[in-house]
Design a binder for this molecule. Structure first.
Ligand SMILES: C[S@@+](CC[C@H](N)C(=O)[O-])C[C@H]1O[C@@H](n2cnc3c(N)ncnc32)[C@H](O)[C@@H]1O
Length: 253
C-alpha cells in the first residue's frame, strides 16, 4: 500500500500557507497536509463515464472557477446546503429532488461517485445542484465565502478506525472552525456516523468548539431528521447491527 500521506491521484497543487491570506485555522490544515481520504481505484460504469463527459461541464465546478457566488451560479437566491463526501450521491440526489427551493453543492474526491451523481442528476435535469470533484479542504480554503452556508452536511465520513490513523478523521478542531466561518450565523452543521467511537469524537470536538451550540434537546445526539435520507453506508451499518448517531449544531457567532 502506498504511503497514506501521499495523494498520488490528486491534481490539486498544494498551497503554501505564506501564499494565502487565510487565518491560522486554515493554515494549520495546509501545513499538515493530512488527507481525510485515500483515493480508491475502480472501473467507471457507462453511466459514471457519461456523467463526467456529458454533465461535468454543466454541473461541475473546479478550484480554478475561484470564489463561489451562489446567486450567480444558480441564478437565484435560495438557502445553500453544502455536503462533503457524498459517496455515490444517492442520499444527496434524494434531497436535491425533495428540496427544489434549496441550492445544493456536493464535494467529493471519488470520481465514480461524482460520475454517478452527475449522470443521474443530469438525466433528471435538476437545476439546483453543483458538484466539485475536489478535496473539500481546498474548496473551503479557496472558493466558499464566509457566512454563506445555511446547512453543512457530513454524513458517514471515513471513521479511520485505527488509532494511528485518527489524525486523518476530517472532524478536527481546525476543520470545524473553518466550517463555522463558512456557515451563516444561525446556520447548522449536521454530522452523522455509524461508528460509536467516531460519534463520541465528533461530539467532543463540536462541544469544545467555540461559536457552536448543540441543537439537541435531550443529551447530545438527535434522532435522524426527515431531511436526511438513509444512505448506503447507513443501510450497511444497520445490517451489521451498528447504531447511527446524528449531531446537529448551530453557529452562534
Ligand atoms: C465513508 S464514505 C461515505 C459516503 C456517503 N456520505 C454515504 O454515507 O454513503 C466517505 C466519503 O467521503 C469522501 N471524502 C473524504 N474526505 C474528503 C475530502 N477531504 N473531500 C471530499 N471528499 C472526501 C470519500 O471519498 C468518501 O466517498
Amino acid at each position: 500500500m502506498s504511503d497514506l500521506n501521499e495523494n498520488p491521484a490528486s491534481t490539486n497543487s498544494a498551497i503554501k500557507p505564506s501564499e494565502n491570506k487565510h487565518d491560522r485555522a486554515d493554515d494549520a490544515i495546509h501545513e499538515k497536509r493530512i488527507r481525510s481520504f485515500v483515493l480508491r481505484q475502480g472501473r467507471m460504469t457507462g453511466l459514471q463515464q457519461r456523467g463526467i463527459s456529458e454533465y461535468l461541464p454543466k454541473l461541475g465546478l473546479t478550484l480554478e472557477d475561484g470564489a463561489f457566488d451562489a446567486t450567480q451560479v444558480f441564478g437565484r437566491k435560495a438557502p445553500l446546503v453544502v455536503e462533503v463526501g457524498f459517496g455515490m450521491g444517492g442520499s444527496l440526489l434524494e434531497q436535491v429532488q425533495a428540496m427544489p427551493d434549496h441550492n445544493f453543492v456536493g464535494i467529493e474526491v471519488h470520481l465514480p461517485g461524482v460520475g454517478k451523481l452527475l449522470g443521474e442528476a443530469g438525466d433528471l435535469g435538476v437545476d439546483n445542484l453543483k458538484v466539485y470533484h475536489e478535496d473539500a479542504v481546498e474548496v473551503f480554503n479557496q472558493c466558499i465565502p464566509d457566512n454563506s452556508i445555511d446547512l453543512f452536511q457530513l454524513f458517514f465520513p471515513d471513521p479511520w478506525h485505527k488509532k494511528k490513523h485518527h489524525k486523518r478523521r476530517i472532524v478536527q478542531p481546525p476543520f470545524v472552525e473553518v466550517i463555522r466561518k463558512k456557515l451563516k450565523i444561525g446556520g447548522r452543521f449536521h454530522l452523522a456516523t455509524d461508528w460509536e467511537a467516531y460519534a463520541e469524537h465528533m461530539r467532543d470536538v463540536m462541544n469544545n468548539a467555540a461559536g457552536y451550540e448543540n441543537t439537541a434537546t435531550q443529551g447530545d445526539f438527535v434522532p435522524r431528521p426527515e431531511s436526511r435520507p438513509l444512505t448506503k453506508f447507513e443501510l450497511r451499518g444497520e445490517r451489521l447491527g451498528h447504531g447511527v448517531w446524528d449531531l446537529i449544531y448551530r453557529r452562534t457567532n
